[in-house]
Structure formats: structure tokens, C-alpha cells
Design a protein around this ligand. Structure first.
Ligand code: TRP
Length: 451
């Protein structure tokens, strides 16, 4: 309780509910939607994955998001502090979260670096004509990906150093609506390419023959669940941290519905912008992390004023990536400020440096170190697996158990209804989801994926 008192005054705050929704949506909408969703959908059977993903957004994403927000706003602390204040035995869940932020941001920043490289290439007036060759030679070179990765991390670091609320709130307000419009423009170009219909079909018509065995089915389930956690930034305390900057008047229920809604809209729109182009241009949907970087430049080549659209698009992707990266950096930074009593600037520089160092290996794992495998995965594959498929689901599982059974639905409901001032119509549903449904589903999928 002591920590709660000491930190309440000095902590940042969002200026309004609207600002919070934008910042939280800015944290949610990022490379997960633009880069990851299309290729993970492509690797996991297309429409079947999309439907499963949407199902989990509603039944796992929304309740867990509400749970995290209420925990954050109640305690006004970083994830470790939040759990520790309410029940010491659960401190480790916050620790998992903070570790997870390290894992994610180290590879997130590498991909952010790729985006930065594309922005720079287009801005300096270069066309990317053979995108596959361009992409492959870039990621396999030894120095470039590392430098761009460090540049990306440096940008994120500067924003967090300046204090989140102003910078991010403001940036999100302008960028997000623009991104929406741009994706739609690109989507229209993509779906009107010759042969795009195959891609549209792949994306919306379930084809059972893409899933041939129980193990493929369970790995699809795990991928869909992992993508829900990743895309909504759940399971590692980012939403707890953002919730801790939230005013006591905010309507949490509304926020927990709007953010997932906007986030999944962006993901679906991106799927429509990318997968039809993949088919029209003769790529494999299961091509993996390069999908966005290899297909879209080709789409831009086929558009009038393509280079102009390319610049704006990759700049927007860059901003989406930065607002998300910042949220990850903020989780760990806020822990260092609250608990280790560091100054914001110092905390931020130290954290970013450690993450960047880890990321150097990830950057090299696409090139120089691509032959080195740990448990059959490259460094990138391993960290992605660890965060999406292990740490975040575990964090989500423990959050549900904590809110459902330890802190209790009554306490959560007090916070969610602003001490009884708001109605909580879905309280029963929330209670069942937290106590039984979510823990059981996460547990089953988790265990099934080992077979
Ligand atoms: N949700 C972001 C995206 O879709 C990534 C992200 C930001 C994130 N903060 C997070 C993922 C916290 C997990 C946890 O790109």
C-alpha cells in the first residue's frame, strides 16, 4: 500500500478517455496487425485461422483486457507492483510480464528497423522493383539490419524519455485515422489486381483441407490465441501499465470493447490488403515474416503514383510500430521508476540498451546466424515462440486466475463500475469468462500444443 501512496502523485495521466483509447489503440495497433497477422494467417490455413482469431478476440481478448485495465487502474502501478500490492504470491506474474517485454521488444525493434529501411529507401527516391531480391539481400547482410534496428530503438527510447502521455497521445490522434484511410486505399488496389479473388477466397472461405491433423489443428489454435494476445498487447502487463495512468472516471467497459474492435478491424483490413496481392503476384501465403515487405512494394509498383503511396504507407507503418514499441518500453521503464527508484531518463536508456543488445542477435538470425538453431528454431523464431506462445498465454492464464479467484470478481466489479456508479450488464459473463472459461481454454490449448 505504501508504494501506491508514494507513486500516485508523480505518475503520468491521460488527459481524457478519448486520449486513453487512442493511446491504448496505438499500443495495440502495430506490427502485429500490419506485418504479423497476414503472415500468421497465411501459415495457418487462412479463413479457418481468421474465424478462430475473431472468436478468441471476443471471448478471451475482451474479458482479459477488462481485467488488466481494472487491475492497473485500481493499483496505479506497473504490473509487478500491481500484483504485489494485491497479493504477494502473484508477484511472479508481473515478473513474467516484464521479462516478456524484453523478449518482444528485442525482435519487434528488428522488424521496426526493416520498416525504417524501407521508408528511407523510398524517401531517397529509390524504387524497389524486385522486392524479393531487395528484401533478401537486406536481411541477410551483416551490418545494415543491426544499424536500422538500433535506430528504431533509439527513436522509441527518445519518446519514452520525454514521458509517454503527451507524445504518444498526440501522435496517435493523427496517425491512426490516417493509417485507416491508407490501408483502405491499398486494399482497393490489392483486391482489384488480376487473380486477387483467390486470395480473397483464401481469407474468407474456410477450407478444411488446409488442416490435416490434430497437431495442425492445435497449432492453429495456439497461433490464433497467441496472435490475440500479441495484437491486443495482453498477458504481459502493458494494459495494466496503461490502465494505471487512467482517470477514475473512465468507463472501462467501453474502452475494453472499442480497443479490440478497432484493433481487429485494422488486422482484417490488412489481411485484405495483403493476401489478395500475395495470390495475384504468385507468392506463397505461408512465406513468413517477409510477406509484407515482399508483396506490398510490388503492389505499389502497379499503382499510379506508387512511390508516393509507398512512402506514406511505410511511414504510417513506422508510426504504428513506434507507438507499440513505446508501450513495451514503458512497461519496463515504469517498473524501474516505481520500484528501483530510477529517474525516467536513466531507466529508459538502460532498458533500451539491454533490449537492443538482445535484438542484435535477432537481426543476425535472418542472415549471418540463420544456420544456428536452438530447439529447431532461429533466434527470431525462438523469441517469437517464447513470447506469443508461452509467456503471454501464461500471463493471461494467471491474470484470469488472479482476477477470478484471488482478487475476486466483486473487487474487480467495484473498479469496473467506478464504485457502483456504472452499470455492469455483462458481469455474469465476465465472471464466468475469468473464473472458468478463459483459464480452461488457455490451459487446454497450451497443453494440446505439446502433442
Ligand atoms: N500489440 C502490438 C502490435 O500489434 C504489439 C505490442 C505492443 C505488444 N505492446 C505490447 C504485444 C505488449 C504484447 C504486449 O503490434
Amino acid at each position: 500500500m505504501k508504494a501506491e501512496h508514494q507513486t500516485t502523485h508523480s505518475r503520468g495521466k491521460f488527459s481524457s478517455s478519448f486520449g486513453f483509447i487512442l493511446a491504448a489503440t496505438g499500443a495495440a495497433v502495430g506490427l502485429g496487425n500490419l506485418w504479423k497477422f497476414p503472415y500468421v494467417a497465411g501459415q495457418n490455413g487462412g479463413a479457418i485461422f481468421v474465424i478462430t482469431y475473431l472468436f478468441f478476440i471476443v471471448t478471451l481478448g475482451v474479458p482479459i483486457m477488462l481485467g488488466e485495465m481494472s487491475l492497473g487502474r485500481k493499483t496505479r502501478l506497473n504490473p509487478i507492483g500491481a500484483y504485489r500490492t494485491l497479493d504477494k504470491r502473484f508477484t511472479f506474474v508481473g515478473v513474467i510480464g516484464v521479462l516478456c517485454a524484453f523478449v518482444i521488444l528485442s525482435y519487434y525493434s528488428v522488424i521496426g528497423g526493416w520498416v525504417l529501411k524501407y521508408v528511407f529507401t523510398y524517401l531517397t527516391g529509390n524504387h524497389i522493383t524486385d522486392a524479393t531480391a531487395f528484401f533478401n539481400s537486406f536481411i541477410s547482410s551483416s551490418v545494415q539490419p543491426i544499424l536500422w534496428h538500433i535506430a528504431f530503438m533509439t527513436i522509441a527510447c527518445f519518446i519514452v524519455m520525454a514521458g509517454v502521455t503527451k507524445g504518444i497521445e498526440r501522435a496517435s490522434k493523427i496517425m491512426l485515422p490516417m493509417l485507416f484511410v491508407f490501408i483502405i486505399v491499398i486494399l482497393i488496389r490489392s483486391v482489384t489486381l488480376d487473380g486477387a479473388i483467390e486470395g480473397i477466397r483464401y481469407f474468407i472461405v474456410p477450407n478444411l483441407s488446409t488442416i490435416n491433423s490434430f497437431s495442425e489443428f492445435s497449432s492453429m489454435l495456439l497461433a490464433a490465441m497467441g496472435q490475440v494476445f500479441f495484437s491486443l498487447s495482453l498477458g504481459m502487463g502493458a494494459v495494466i501499465t496503461y490502465g494505471s495512468y487512467l482517470s477514475k472516471k473512465n468507463n472501462l467497459q467501453k474502452s475494453a470493447l472499442i480497443i479490440p474492435l478497432l484493433d481487429s478491424c485494422v488486422a482484417i483490413l490488412c489481411g485484405f490488403a495483403i493476401l489478395p496481392a500475395v495470390f495475384a503476384l504468385g507468392f506463397e501465403p505461408s512465406a513468413g515474416p517477409g510477406l509484407l515487405f515482399e508483396t506490398l512494394p510490388r503492389v505499389f509498383e502497379e499503382m499510379p503514383f506508387g512511390i508516393f503511396f509507398a512512402i506514406i504507407f511505410f511511414v504510417l507503418v513506422l508510426f504504428a510500430a513506434i507507438t507499440s514499441a513505446v508501450s513495451l518500453l514503458e512497461v519496463v521503464t515504469s517498473f524501474c521508476i516505481d520500484d528501483l527508484r530510477m529517474k525516467r531518463k536513466k531507466a529508459c536508456v538502460i532498458v533500451a540498451s539491454i533490449m537492443a543488445s538482445l535484438g542484435i542477435f535477432v537481426a543476425m538470425s535472418f542472415g549471418v546466424l540463420s544456420d544456428i538453431e536452438i530447439f529447431g528454431m532461429t533466434m527470431f523464431g525462438l523469441l517469437e515462440f517464447l513470447s506469443d506462445k508461452v509467456l503471454m498465454p501464461l500471463g493471461g492464464l494467471f491474470l484470469c486466475i488472479f482476477v477470478g479467484h484471488i482478487w475476486g470478481i466483486d473487487n474487480a466489479a467495484q473498479e469496473i463500475t467506478n464504485q457502483g456508479k456504472l452499470k455492469f450488464k455483462l458481469r455474469r459473463v465476465f465472471s464466468i469468462a475469468m473464473k472458468y472459461y478463459a483459464p480452461v481454454i488457455i490451459g487446454i490449448i497450451f497443453i494440446a500444443s505439446f502433442f
